[in-house]
Design a protein around this ligand. Structure first.
Ligand SMILES: Cc1cc2nc3c(=O)[nH]c(=O)nc-3n(C[C@H](O)[C@H](O)[C@H](O)COP(=O)(O)O)c2cc1C
Length: 210
């Protein structure tokens, strides 16, 4: 049975475009495999704590204090969710040209030396394999083309973070110009939905299990 990990990070609740499109993605995935097991991680409702001087060693060095051990335990839990997933769906709104800090805090817990990445012969190796990622990117403006393209620190950053731990099979779905009025918002949602339908072909989940 395939496993899907669903991560939402929008702070906008029911008004969120990325949450709507993440739900659409999950429905499409379930249509291809109705028995898929789904784990939800909502970073908007239950934020992952930011690393502090009291906790960072739990992720990046040797955990000794109770605070470091707690950070390491959370990291273990988040990495276990990633490792067991075949497909990972990430809802990532653009906040200040990049990603929400809650999502960044999640990455701070899952990019862990010797666990999800390692250095070998002078180069980095991502230690996660055979997973597909679908990233839903919602943005107030237009970044896929035009003058603001150079200000897109969301997609290249996500591609780098995910690639660093071995997650290189990524489909990005944009919902752009969300802040350009209701009509633009509807067009963005419709366009993104058809992109999701294109990306999730009938064999989408089976490929990994073949
Ligand atoms: C804190 C914050 C920062 C934002 N920064 C940007 C930005 O830099 N560029 C942009 O185009 N839109 C920005 N927006 C607008 C959101 O990207 C847009 O509303 C998007 O739909 C949010 O995703 P959601 O609907 O899933 O919450 C920002 C919104 C918030 C709440």
């Amino acid at each position: 049975m395939s496993k899907i990990l669903v991560i939402n990070s929008s702070l906008s609740g029911d008004a969120s475009v990325s949450r709507l499109l993440v739900a659409e993605t999950v429905q499409r995935l379930q249509a291809t495999e109705p028995n898929a097991e789904i784990t939800y991680r909502d970073l908007g409702d239950a934020a992952i704590p930011h690393l502090t001087s009291a906790t960072v060693a739990g992720i990046r060095a040797v955990a000794e204090t109770p605070a470091e051990l707690a950070a390491q335990a959370l990291s273990d839990e988040l990495i276990a969710e990633l490792k067991t997933a075949d497909v990972i769906v990430i809802g990532a709104p653009m906040y200040n040209f990049s990603i929400p800090t809650s999502l960044r805090a999640w990455f701070d817990h899952v990019l862990r030396p010797r666990v999800t990445f390692a250095y070998k012969d002078g180069s980095v190796q991502g230690l996660l394999q055979n997973k597909r990622v679908i990233v839903i990117e919602s943005r107030g403006g237009l970044y896929s083309e035009g003058p603001a393209k150079a200000m897109d620190f969301q997609e290249p950053y996500l591609r780098t973070l995910l690639g660093f731990i071995g997650l290189t099979d990524i489909s990005f779905v944009h919902a752009e110009k969300i802040g350009h009025g209701p009509e633009a918002r509807e067009i963005a949602i419709t366009t993104a939905k058809s992109r999701i339908a294109q990306a999730i072909t009938p064999g989408f989940m089976n490929v990994l299990n073949a």
